[in-house]
Design a protein around this ligand. Structure first.
Ligand code: NDP
Ligand code: GDR
Length: 365
């Protein structure tokens, strides 16, 4: 039985990847942080009673900022594959916590690589590093591919740049099977509520159900290449199954402005939203509502711009070229953007129907 260790198992990708690896027959170990509230909601359905036989899913307390802890977990679990998904992953928040972000996202990756050397596992254990399209930052070339120069635009992206290169360096210096997946934005119903897609689908569901008045957003012009997390974790696994360790771009090749994601999400519920005005004055108003269930007045303002959500330096355009991953990994996404939007909106409508959400402002980011 193959053994995998996933850092960041409680996150969006960690949950989908754990599910995939369990389906493939792996023993899955995950690193989770101690938190004052339970933070395993995304993986609770995978929990197995440790007292039962043939347990294939185990969690270990740990943190990317704690070397000795990482060494001990790796020593205990002796993984064939490590997927390093743990990170302070919010670009805007990284401007508020730049030093911590560098420590967890940048040096954290070094800690894992060094742990493998210390434990003499550099030839046994394959390691996947969660690199990101944020490395491309200020546009140098489109579509962005493996050879496109990097120009990071946030403390998060700079930390991930270090992680990218230290992964390449350990591969070249010590012959380790260490790879970067340069993944473009990927979303799902499990996406954190403060990333723009989930913020939109939650907001749209809450507005339609009369639980929220308006959705406040930042830069509506930003364009992203959005895929589904379920497709992207399949690519992570494939990256570690090759004969030769290499880095890959994972993307759909289609880019869409944030504004269109808003339109598509409302349209999913039969609500047409029109945008008027420019810059911070831009607003989204109800132009039509073809669903009798939602009592929305024509002309009602449901989207507004709040400069609080602007970033000091922005990444305006991301569009990936997945040719290498399609050719060499045989990877092909199953979801397109309309299917993703459909699933996310339906899931949020269902969530709001199930529970009363009153405290909501603290989630908006
Ligand atoms: P999430 O933010 O959903 O999950 C991040 C995970 O990392 C959580 O499990 C979190 O734990 C954990 N974590 C954060 N800090 C630490 C730490 N110091 N020590 C241990 N664990 C920590 O991210 P995603 O699942 O969306 O992304 C997975 C990885 O892929 C991240 O590294 C991200 O930067 C990268 N990435 C994501 C993309 C995307 O579009 N989703 C695109 C490209 C790269 P907790 O639950 O306790 O907060
Ligand atoms: P991103 O994702 O920064 O691309 O990083 P996010 O969804 O946060 O932003 C995408 C774009 O939308 C614009 N935007 C807003 N963003 C947020 N969060 N909230 C808003 O209200 C809002 N309004 C407009 C942003 O300015 C941006 O241009 C994600 C993370 O998952 C990273 O970890 C990962 O590396 C990259 O994707 C690829």
């Amino acid at each position: 039985m193959k053994v995998a260790l996933i850092t960041g198992i409680t996150g969006q990708d960690g949950a989908y990847l754990a599910e995939l690896l369990l389906e493939k027959g792996y023993m899955v170990h995950g690193v989770k942080r101690r938190a004052s509230l339970i933070n395993t909601e995304r993986i609770d359905h995978l929990y197995q009673d440790p007292h039962s036989d043939n347990v294939r899913f185990r969690l270990h307390y740990g943190d990317m900022t704690d070397s000795t802890n990482l060494i001990r977990i790796i020593q205990e679990t002796q993984p064939d594959e490590i997927y390093n998904l743990a990170a302070m992953s919010h670009v805007k928040v990284s401007f508020d916590t730049p030093e911590y972000t560098a420590n967890a996202d940048g040096i954290g990756t070094l800690r894992l690589l060094e742990a493998l050397r210390i434990l003499k596992l550099e030839k046994k254990t394959r390691i996947y590093q969660a690199s990101t399209s944020e490395l491309y930052g200020l546009v140098q070339e489109v579509p962005q591919k493996e050879t496109t120069p990097f120009y990071p635009r946030s403390p998060y992206a700079v930390a991930k740049l270090y992680a990218y290169w230290i992964t390449v360096n350990y591969r070249e210096a010590y012959g380790m099977y260490a790879c970067n997946g340069i993944l473009f934005n990927h979303e799902s119903p499990l996406r954190g509520e403060t990333f723009v897609t989930r913020k939109i689908t939650r907001g749209v569901a809450a507005i339609a159900l009369g639980l929220q008045d308006k959705l406040y957003l930042g830069n509506l012009d930003a364009r992203r290449d959005w895929g589904h997390a379920k497709d992207y974790v399949e690519a992570m696994w494939r990256i570690l199954q090759q004969d030769v360790a290499e880095d890959y771009v994972i993307a759909t090749g289609i880019t869409t402005p944030v504004r269109d994601f808003v339109r598509m999400s409302f349209a999913e519920l039969g609500i047409e939203v029109k945008f008027t005005g420019e810059g911070v004055e831009e607003k989204g108003v109800i132009a039509a509502c073809n669903n009798e269930e939602y009592q929305l007045e024509i002309g009602k303002e449901v989207v507004a711009v709040d400069p609080r959500y602007f970033r000091p330096t922005e990444v305006e355009l991301l569009i990936g070229d997945p040719t290498k991953s399609k050719t060499k990994l045989g990877w092909e996404p199953k979801y397109d953007l309309p299917a993703l939007v459909k699933e996310m909106v339906a899931s949020d409508v269902q969530l709001f129907r199930k529970k009363d959400v009153t405290q909501w402002e603290h989630l908006v980011g």
